[in-house]
Ligand binder design. Structure first.
Ligand code: ZN
Ligand code: ZN
Length: 315
C-alpha cells in the first residue's frame, strides 16, 4: 500500500510556551556513545524532541521543549566543561516542531565528505565577524561579499543584501561549487549559514583553497536576525524543523518566496506527495487547499497521488 500525507498549516504556528535551542560545539569527544546515552537520558526526562548529532569532532543540535525544560537542559549541558562555553541560539517553537527525539553518532557534524582533505575547524577556519561587526560593515558600505553557504531552496525565502548564492543542493557539493565564485579569491568574504556550524568548515575550506580574506558570521544568520530584525536581511529564515520558516519581526518582513502554482508571495514549503517526485517546493495556502492539503507539484503528480491511499493527517 502506498501512502501520502496531508499538510496541516496550523501545526506550523508559533506557540510562545515552547523554545527551540540551536547550538553546536566543535570539541573532541572521545566517547561518543557515552555522550549519546547521557543526552538521551536527559532529553527523555525533560520531554525534549529534536535532532542531536554527536561525532568525535563535536556536537550539533536543535531541540524543542517547554521554557522550563530547555532551561534545565542548558544548565545540565553546560555543566560539562567540554560544552561550558557553547554559544546558544534560542527562538520560539510550535510545540510540535519535531516528530521525535533523534540522537545519532556520525563521522562528521556536517556532511562535507572531504576525505583526505578534511581538517579540524579548531585549527583551520575563517576569521570571525560578529552580528554587530557585520552590521557596521553594511552601514559603512565596506567592500565585502557574502557567500551564502546554505542550500538553494533555503535562499529562496530570505537572504542577505550583497550575497552570492551558489547553486548548492547539499552542503557536500561545496568542493565542486567553489569554481562558481573563484573570481572572489582576493575579496573580503563573509560566509553565512543558519546557526554557524556549516561556516566553521566552509570558511576553513575557502582558506585552504587560497581565498585571501575569509570571515564567518559568528552565531550564524539567526544571531544577526535576532539582533537586527530590521537590518540587512531580506525575508525570513529557512529552518530544518516544523516551523520551516522563522523570523524575529512577527511576520512584518517582505515575503520573498513565490508559489509554484500561482506566483503569489508565500513562505510555505511543502513536499510533493508523489513519492517518485517528492520535490520540496513553495505553495500558497489557497493552492494547497485546492488539492485538499495534499501537496501536488504538478498535474502529473496529482494523477499519481489520486491512485494512492491517504495516511492520517500529519504536518
Ligand atoms: Zn498559489
Ligand atoms: Zn511532484
Amino acid at each position: 500500500m502506498v501512502l501520502y500525507m496531508k499538510v496541516k498549516p496550523e501545526n506550523r504556528q508559533i506557540n510562545k510556551r515552547y523554545r527551540i535551542l540551536l547550538f553546536y560545539k566543535y570539541v573532541t569527544i572521545e566517547n561518543t556513545q557515552q555522550v549519546a546515552d547521557w543526552q538521551r537520558g536527559l532529553c527523555t526526562r525533560l520531554k525534549l524532541t529534536g535532532r542531536i548529532i554527536i561525532a568525535k569532532e563535536g556536537i550539533n543540535a536543535t531541540i524543542e521543549g517547554s521554557r522550563k525544560s530547555v532551561e534545565e537542559y542548558w544548565t545540565q549541558f553546560t555543566a560539562d566543561p567540554r560544552f561550558a562555553d557553547t554559544h546558544l541560539k534560542m527562538s520560539f517553537g510550535t510545540g510540535n516542531a519535531f516528530p521525535r527525539l533523534s540522537i545519532k553518532i556520525r563521522p562528521e557534524l556536517v556532511s562535507l565528505k572531504l576525505g583526505e582533505e578534511d581538517f579540524d575547524p579548531n585549527e583551520l577556519t575563517g576569521k570571525r565577524v560578529t552580528p554587530d561587526g557585520l552590521h557596521e560593515w553594511f552601514e559603512k558600505q565596506n567592500d565585502f561579499v557574502i557567500i551564502d553557504m546554505r542550500n538553494d531552496y533555503e535562499h529562496t525565502i530570505g537572504h542577505f543584501d550583497k550575497s552570492v548564492m551558489p547553486s548548492m543542493k547539499a552542503f557536500r557539493e561545496l568542493p565542486h561549487l567553489v569554481k562558481e565564485f573563484e573570481n572572489l579569491k582576493d575579496k573580503k568574504i563573509v560566509t553565512v549559514c543558519t546557526g554557524g556550524v556549516r561556516c566553521e568548515k566552509a570558511s576553513g575550506y575557502l582558506v585552504k583553497k587560497g581565498f585571501k580574506d575569509v570571515y564567518q558570521l559568528d552565531g550564524g544568520i539567526v544571531s544577526y536576525m535576532e539582533k537586527y530584525p530590521k537590518g540587512h536581511w531580506k525575508g525570513s529564515l529557512y529552518t530544518f524543523d516544523g516551523r520551516v520558516a522563522m523570523d524575529f519581526d512577527n511576520g512584518k518582513h517582505e515575503i520573498m518566496g513565490r508559489c509554484k502554482h500561482c506566483a503569489e508571495p508565500t513562505e510555505m514549503y511543502v513536499d510533493c506527495a508523489d513519492p517518485t517526485c517528492h520535490i520540496h517546493y513553495l505553495s500558497c495556502e489557497s493552492c494547497l487547499k485546492k488539492t485538499d492539503y495534499v501537496p501536488c507539484c504538478s498535474p502529473e503528480c496529482e494523477k499519481v497521488i489520486l491512485q494512492m491511499t491517504p495516511q492520517s493527517i500529519s504536518s
